[in-house]
Design a protein around this ligand. Structure first.
Ligand SMILES: Cc1cc2nc3c(=O)[nH]c(=O)nc-3n(C[C@H](O)[C@H](O)[C@H](O)COP(=O)(O)OP(=O)(O)OC[C@H]3O[C@@H](n4cnc5c(N)ncnc54)[C@H](O)[C@@H]3O)c2cc1C
Length: 388
C-alpha cells in the first residue's frame, strides 16, 4: 500500500485507471494541485488493463466524433509527450453491415464523420476485400472505413500517464480503498479511506465499473450499470489484417496486434453488477470462436492463447457522465465510459479537469452532464454505435 502523504488535497480522485490518471495529469498541468489518486487495486487492475485497445472516430453523434478526433491527435503525440510508446497504429476501423437497417446506420455514421472533416467512406460489400482480404463476404451488405482509426497497447498508456502524474508532483496511492465520501454543509469535503481520512475541495468519481458504488457512498443514486465483457487473444500469426473489424449484427470485434495475435470480443449475456469478479466463460469462448471463424474461415485451426474479462460502466444513453453532480457540490463525475473510455480519455479528462476547476466546457449538458438523468422530460438521442 502507498498511503497519502498529506491530510489535505485540492482534488482527490477515486480510481487509478486511465480516466483518473489523465484527469490528475490535466489538473496538475493547469496548476490545480495538490492532487491525489486513490486506487484500491494495482495499476491497470480495472478495465484500463483489460481492454481491446481500439481507438475510433466513427460514431453516430458529431460530439463524440469531435472528441475522438482530438483524442487521436493526443494518442499520436503520446510518445513525445509522455516518453512511453503506446504503439498507436492507424490501420483503420472497418464496420460491417448485414441488414439494410445497419447500412442505414452506417450511412448516418459516415455523415457525422465527414461533417467533422474526416475521410470516412461508405463501402459496398465488393470494396471490403481491399481493406481486409481474409474476410468472408457472406451476408455482408455494406461497410464503412476510416483509415485514421486504429489500435494501441493500453498498458504503456496507463504507465506513461502514471509516471507523468508523479513527475508533476501528484500522488497515486495504490492499494488504498475509498470507503466513504465525507459531506459537510451539503458539499463533498473529502473521503474516508483504508489509509485514513483525506480532505479535498473536490472529489472526482473515476471508479469505472464501480462508479455507481462510489456515488452511493455519497448518497447519490445514478443509473450507471456495470456489465462484464470478455475478450481473448489467439496465438500469434503472420500479419494478415490491418484494420479493427466490427460486425454490427452481433458486436463481434477483432484486430491483429503487432505481435501477430488476433485480439477481440463479443458480448455474451451476464448478470449486471461486479459481484462475479472477472472470470471467463465457456459460453464466450464458444460464441466468439464460432462468430470469428464464420467471418474469417482461415482462423479455424488457430488456438486461443488467453482470455480475460473486465467491466464496462454503462449509462442509459451510451454517453459518459462528466461534470459536477447538481445534488452535491464538490462531487464531480468522470464515469459511464462504456466500452470506449480508454480511447476517449486524453480528450474527456481535459473536460473533467475543467469541470473540477469550475471552468465551462464545450460539452453539451444534454449529452454529458450528470444532471441529464434527473430531468424526467429529457429526450436526448442515444449514442447508438456501441460495439468495440
Ligand atoms: C473487454 C473490454 C474491452 C474494451 N475495449 C475497449 C477498446 O477497444 N477501446 C476503448 O477505448 N475502451 C475499451 N474498453 C473500455 C475501457 O477499458 C474503459 O472505458 C476504460 O478503461 C475506463 O477507464 P476508467 O479509468 O474509468 O476505469 P478503470 O480502468 O476500471 O479504473 C477504475 C478504477 O477504480 C478503482 N476503484 C473502484 N472502486 C474503488 C474504491 N472504492 N476505492 C479505490 N479505488 C476504486 C478500480 O480498482 C479501478 O482500477 C473495454 C473494456 C473491456 C472490459
Amino acid at each position: 500500500m502507498t498511503p497519502p502523504t498529506r491530510r489535505s488535497y485540492r482534488v482527490a480522485i477515486v480510481g487509478g485507471g486511465i480516466v483518473g490518471l489523465f484527469t490528475a495529469y490535466h489538473l496538475l498541468r493547469a496548476g490545480a494541485g495538490p492532487v491525489v489518486v486513490l486506487e484500491r487495486g494495482f495499476l491497470s487492475s480495472g478495465a484500463s488493463g483489460r481492454n481491446g485497445g481500439g481507438v475510433r472516430q466513427q460514431w453516430d453523434t458529431r460530439a463524440t466524433v469531435r472528441l475522438m478526433r482530438e483524442a487521436v491527435g493526443a494518442w499520436k503525440r503520446f510518445g513525445r509527450e509522455f516518453g512511453t510508446n503506446v504503439w498507436f497504429r492507424q490501420g483503420g476501423y472497418l464496420f460491417l453491415a448485414t441488414t439494410p437497417d445497419e447500412v442505414g446506420r452506417l450511412h448516418k455514421v459516415t455523415e457525422a464523420v465527414r461533417a467533422e472533416g474526416l475521410d470516412g467512406r461508405l463501402l459496398d460489400a465488393t470494396d471490403v476485400p481491399r481493406h481486409a482480404p481474409a474476410l468472408s463476404l457472406d451476408g455482408v451488405l455494406g461497410a464503412t472505413f476510416l483509415r485514421t482509426d486504429g489500435t494501441l497497447y493500453p498498458f504503456p498508456g496507463v504507465w506513461g500517464v502514471y509516471e507523468a502524474v508523479r513527475a508533476l508532483g501528484g500522488e497515486v496511492c495504490l492499494g488504498v480503498e475509498v470507503t466513504g465520501v465525507r459531506i459537510e454543509g451539503g458539499r463533498a469535503v473529502g473521503l474516508t479511506t483504508s489509509a485514513g481520512p483525506v480532505d479535498a475541495t473536490t472529489v472526482v468519481n473515476a471508479a469505472g465499473g464501480w462508479s455507481a458504488d462510489v456515488s452511493r457512498l455519497a448518497g447519490l443514486a445514478v443509473p450507471n450499470v456495470a456489465s462484464r465483457h470478455e475478450i481473448l487473444a489467439t496465438e500469434p500469426l503472420k500479419p494478415f489484417l490491418d484494420p479493427m473489424v466490427i460486425r454490427l449484427s452481433d458486436g463481434l470485434y477483432f484486430s491483429q496486434t503487432m505481435r501477430g495475435e488476433v485480439v477481440g470480443g463479443l458480448a455474451v449475456p451476464h448478470p449486471t453488477g461486479t459481484r462475479a469478479g472477472v472470470p471467463t466463460s465457456v459460453a464466450f469462448l464458444g460464441s466468439m470462436s464460432r462468430s470469428l471463424v464464420r467471418l474469417v474461415p482461415a482462423l479455424a485451426p488457430v488456438g486461443v492463447l488467453r482470455a480475460w474479462s473486465g467491466y464496462y460502466d454503462d449509462t442509459p444513453d451510451g454517453f459518459p457522465v462528466i461534470g459536477e453532480d447538481p445534488r452535491l457540490p464538490g462531487f464531480v463525475h468522470a464515469n459511464g465510459f462504456s466500452g470506449h473510455g480508454f480511447m476517449l480519455s486524453p480528450a474527456s479528462s481535459k473536460r473533467v479537469a475543467k469541470a473540477v476547476m469550475g471552468e465551462p466546457t464545450d460539452l453539451d449538458p444534454a449529452q454529458f452532464s450528470p444532471g441529464r438523468f434527473l430531468d424526467p422530460h429529457r429526450a436526448a438521442t442515444p449514442e447508438g454505435l456501441q460495439p468495440g
